[in-house]
Structures are given as structure tokens and as C-alpha cells.
Design a binder for this molecule. Structure first.
Ligand code: B12
Ligand code: SF4
Ligand code: SF4
Length: 327
């Protein structure tokens, strides 16, 4: 009798793990069909070490004026607090590595700004992924919270935990095939799945990104001081760019890619296949005087579908004014 009960238990466990395996495989293959470059899955858990790190980082003021990073610290380091019965974090990457680059003499826009705004594109695809998951004959519908550059999730850590790459010394998540010019998104879900193995760090002795950072914002490997980061100053901060950074800004108009451009892992990556991320020629070819002369009406038309409209014309024109003196 006891033997039979044991066999039944083993069988149930076997079927249960088969179901997790099948579901996880389904999610990953659907994610790729939707155009994501890669998909991995991690067990939702408390990020104890990151919580300690983050608290210290915040207490040292390394987040500059981004006070929103101080909020929801508990949720940010524990996705299980986002809603009831959270079990897993499904993470996707979407490459935006462009097929062509801007003329280097023009005011430079970070590559992620070349095409259409990624936020709605990724969110829409994540919603489709969830819809397909819920179209399966499951015991109960899967509840989920999507994220794509949303502040209450440590996206890079979850991508690393889901086996999608490692945290480079430049702080970005690097996938061995797609490099770091990849957006991160995902779904926090209330279903148990099969989990991927986190990837080991593969920077080795390389230090190119830290050497290339014009402001030495990468103070230590994987440790950024955002108050020195040009990307913070020219796209995120509401304040004027401090005088000390004017000459270091060179011609970086919107964002900064210097610590990624030098990375050997970005040298031989496939170009994005996502139509919406293909470079918008109008945006790519703007000169300093085009920027300085642009009206709000023109900006609204050219940048209607771009993430750059969040930063706004006034801020970008102020930066254009600074770089017009240095180039
Ligand atoms: C705030 C923010 C910024 C700030 C601060 C940058 C930073 N490095 O934190 C500013 C405005 C400067 C910025 C710039 C950029 N950003 Co940004 N940003 C964010 C945002 C909204 C939050 C990041 C955050 O929480 N930072 C706080 C720090 C402390 O946490 P973290 O680096 O994410 O987490 C790590 C630390 O805890 C860390 N850690 C480091 N050392 C140690 C040591 C120990 C012992 C431990 C335990 C942990 C630890 O481990 C965690 C992750 O692995 C995320 C979206 C998100 N919600 O995650 C996008 C995000 C990180 N940004 C992104 C991008 C694309 C950029 C830029 C490249 C844009 C550009 N071209 O100008 C630059 C890159 C700058 C850089 N080198 O990091 C992408 C990165 C994609 C990728 N492949 O990595 C994200 C994920 C948005 C997205 N969904 O695609 N960003
Ligand atoms: S984005 Fe630019 S300023 Fe910021 S850490 Fe990288 S190289 Fe330095
Ligand atoms: S440039 Fe070198 S050290 Fe920096 S992230 Fe790339 S491999 Fe790592």
C-alpha cells in the first residue's frame, strides 16, 4: 500500500515538473515568435544582496536627483510584494542594435533613441505573450504585472538571474550573442515555472568601458555614480547640465553610449529585426542648427512616436546650445 502511494506521489511530482517544463518551453518559443531576441525565467525571490547594495548606493547619493529610486524599496527588491502569490519572473530582451549609425559629426543621439519609443512596443508584445499563455487550458488564469523600464523592478538583476547575460563593468546587462544594446522587459507571474541558470560574468580583465567613460561615472566595476553620468544629465535631469561637464559632453545630445560602444561584446552582434526600431532618418540627420531652430510644433511631429519626446524640446535645445560651443 505504502509502495503504491509512493509511486503515485512520484508520478504526480513527475507530471507537475513536466507541466512546468512544457509551459516554460511554450513561453520561450512564443516570446521569440513575437520578436523578442531572448527569453529566460527566474524564481521570484527577495534580492537580499541587491537590497543592501541599493540602500548603500542611495545613501551615498549616487542616484543624483532620481528621488523616485528611493521609493518602493521593498517592492523593488522583492517582486513577490507586487501582488498576491507571485512565483516567477519571465524576462525578455529585445535587441535595438542599429544597422546604421549617425554621422559622428552631428549631435549624437543614443542608439536606443534612433527608432520608435520601445515602452509601448514591448508592453504590447508582453500583453500578447500573456494572452497566449492564458489561452492554454490551465487550472486557473495566470495573473501578471508587466515591466519595461518601470522603476519598481531591478530589471538587469532579473535578466541576469534568468540566464540572459551578466552585469558588465559598465553596469549594462550583456547577452553573449546580442551584446548590451538590448531593452529589458518582462512579466512577474503567479505560476511556477522551470528556472534558468544565471550566467557567469565574462568581462575578465577588460576595463575598456571604465577607461572610455568621459566623466569617470563608472567609479568601480558595476558601480555607477549617476550624478557624473552624462546620460543622467542630458536626458533625465530637470536641472541645467553642470558647467564642469560642458566640455566632457562633447557632442552627446541625448543619452550616452560611450561605455557600450567600446565593449567587445557589442562588436559582432546581429542588427535588430524589429521594424519599429529601425533608424528614423529625419531624427538621425538633425544638425545643431536644425535643433536650435526647431519649434515645438515641428518637434511634436518629428518625435510623435519617439522616446525622446519625454525629455522635451526645451531640455534638448539647452544641450544643443552647450554642444554648439564645443563642436
Ligand atoms: C535609473 C536608470 C538609469 C540611470 C542610472 C543608471 C544605473 N546604472 O543605475 C541613468 C539615467 C544614468 C541611466 C542611464 C542609462 N540607462 Co537606464 N535605467 C534606469 C532604470 C530606470 C533603473 C535602474 C536602477 O534601478 N538603478 C539603480 C542601480 C543601483 O541598480 P541597477 O544597476 O539596475 O541594479 C544593479 C545593482 O543593484 C547591481 N550591483 C552593482 N554592483 C553590485 C554589487 C553587489 C555586491 C550587488 C549585490 C549588486 C550590485 O546589481 C543590480 C543589477 O544587476 C532602469 C530600468 C529598471 N527599472 O531597472 C533603466 C535601464 C537600466 N537603463 C537602460 C539603458 C539602455 C540606459 C542607457 C544605456 C541609456 C543611454 N544610452 O544613455 C544608460 C546607461 C548608463 C549605464 N552605464 O548604466 C536599460 C539597460 C539595458 C541593458 N541592456 O542593461 C534599462 C534596463 C531600461 C530597459 N528596460 O531597457 N539609467
Ligand atoms: S553612459 Fe556615458 S557617462 Fe554614463 S557611465 Fe556610460 S560612458 Fe560614462
Ligand atoms: S567593455 Fe569590457 S569590462 Fe566593460 S562591460 Fe564590456 S567586456 Fe566588460
Amino acid at each position: 500500500m505504502l509502495r503504491l502511494a509512493c509511486v503515485i506521489c512520484v508520478l504526480i511530482l513527475f507530471l507537475y515538473s513536466m507541466e512546468k517544463q512544457i509551459l516554460s518551453k511554450f513561453i520561450k518559443s512564443e516570446a521569440l515568435k513575437l520578436g523578442f531576441s531572448a527569453c529566460g525565467i527566474a524564481k521570484a525571490d527577495y534580492l537580499a544582496d541587491d537590497a543592501t547594495y541599493l540602500r548603500q548606493w542611495l545613501s551615498e547619493g549616487k542616484h543624483a536627483g532620481m528621488s523616485y529610486l528611493e521609493r518602493n524599496l521593498e517592492k523593488r527588491t522583492d517582486p513577490r510584494l507586487l501582488f498576491e502569490n507571485v512565483q516567477s519572473v519571465i524576462v525578455v530582451l529585445m535587441s535595438y542594435s542599429p544597422e546604421k549609425l549617425q554621422n559622428p559629426a552631428l549631435p549624437q543621439i543614443a542608439k536606443y533613441g534612433y527608432g520608435k519609443d520601445y515602452h509601448p512596443i514591448i508592453k504590447q508584445k508582453l500583453n500578447l505573450l500573456l494572452k497566449q499563455l492564458n489561452a492554454l487550458p490551465l487550472e486557473k488564469p495566470v495573473n501578471a504585472r508587466s515591466f519595461a523600464d518601470s522603476s519598481a523592478v531591478l530589471e538587469r538583476r532579473w535578466a541576469q538571474r534568468a540566464g540572459l547575460g551578466w552585469l558588465g563593468k559598465n553596469c549594462t546587462l550583456i547577452h553573449p550573442d546580442f551584446g548590451s544594446f538590448c531593452f529589458i522587459g518582462g512579466l512577474v507571474v503567479d505560476v511556477e515555472l522551470e528556472y534558468d541558470t544565471p550566467m557567469d560574468e565574462q568581462c575578465g580583465k577588460c576595463n575598456l568601458c571604465m577607461e572610455a567613460c568621459p566623466t569617470k561615472a563608472l567609479e568601480d566595476p558595476r558601480h555607477i555614480n549617476a550624478s557624473k553620468c552624462l546620460s543622467y544629465h542630458n536626458l533625465e535631469s530637470k536641472e541645467d547640465i553642470p558647467l564642469a561637464f560642458h566640455s566632457l559632453l562633447s557632442n552627446r545630445l541625448y543619452g550616452c553610449d560611450s561605455c557600450q560602444d567600446v565593449c567587445p561584446w557589442n562588436k559582432k552582434v546581429p542588427k535588430t529585426t524589429i521594424e519599429e526600431f529601425k533608424p528614423n532618418e529625419k531624427i538621425l540627420n538633425l544638425s545643431t542648427s536644425d535643433w536650435l531652430r526647431m519649434t515645438e510644433e515641428e518637434f511634436a511631429v518629428i518625435f510623435a512616436e519617439s522616446a525622446m519626446k519625454r525629455t522635451g524640446l526645451k531640455k534638448i535645445q539647452k544641450t544643443a546650445g552647450i554642444i554648439s560651443k564645443s563642436i
